[in-house]
Design a protein around this ligand. Structure first.
Ligand code: FAD
Length: 166
């Protein structure tokens, strides 16, 4: 007889998610392609909306400073007006344009320029969550020692970025 499913706790889900994200950051290329940068930004935005713990998702949204007007907006099916918020800063970042003139910059924009940038950014935002939960802050200079690349034969698991050997 199959074992009945045991519900996953918020803590287990959190540890599994951080493992996925820090491993992703460890494997992220030094020279990511435009698509890889876009994917990482989108992944963080999506997580902040559909992470399966609403309290955590809302908190993460705050950490990333992504407002989600549509989330609580009145839907068209209710006969109300649809509120469409254009994420100008996100759009400019995606196009790799200057965002320094924006008055309302995001507090913690996802850093996707290189493996180092992304893993340090992730360590930083994980620490913001740690602090809010009264946990110890992790020393980010040790992030590469804690989260290495996947053990995988002949580096077959490594993500390929922009390669210089052509
Ligand atoms: P975790 O925080 O899960 O960390 C796992 C391991 O990562 C640690 O053992 C340590 O070795 C390493 N580590 C710790 N800090 C860092 C760092 N800064 N950089 C790199 N490695 C590190 N829980 C809530 O109760 N409320 C919330 O609002 C909430 N929001 C969350 C938002 C997100 C996006 C995620 C992924 C999780 C959230 N959680 C939240 C869960 C919470 O962060 C923890 O995962 C959970 O409490 C279990 O904590 P833990 O002490 O086992 O270690």
């Amino acid at each position: 007889k199959e074992k009945s499913a045991t519900p996953v706790t918020k803590e287990e889900l959190g540890r599994a998610t951080w493992t996925l994200l820090h491993t992703l950051a460890a494997q992220y290329p030094d020279k990511p392609t435009r698509q890889q940068k876009k994917d990482v930004k989108e992944l963080m935005g999506i997580l902040s909306r559909i992470y399966p713990c609403k309290e955590c998702a809302d908190h993460f949204k705050e950490v990333l400073s992504i407002d989600d007007v549509l989330d609580d907006g009145v839907g068209l099916e209710d006969g109300g007006l649809e509120v469409v918020e254009i994420d100008i800063v996100g759009l400019l970042e995606l196009l790799e344009l200057d965002t320094s003139f924006c008055m309302f910059d995001r507090a913690n924009p996802v850093q996707t320029g290189s493996q180092g940038d992304f893993s340090q950014w992730l360590c930083h935002v994980h620490n913001i969550v740690n602090r809010s939960l009264g946990k110890l802050v992790f020393p980010c200079e040790r992030v590469d020692a804690r989260w290495g690349k996947l053990e995988c034969e002949q580096r077959a698991c490594d993500l390929q970025g922009i390669t210089t050997n052509f």
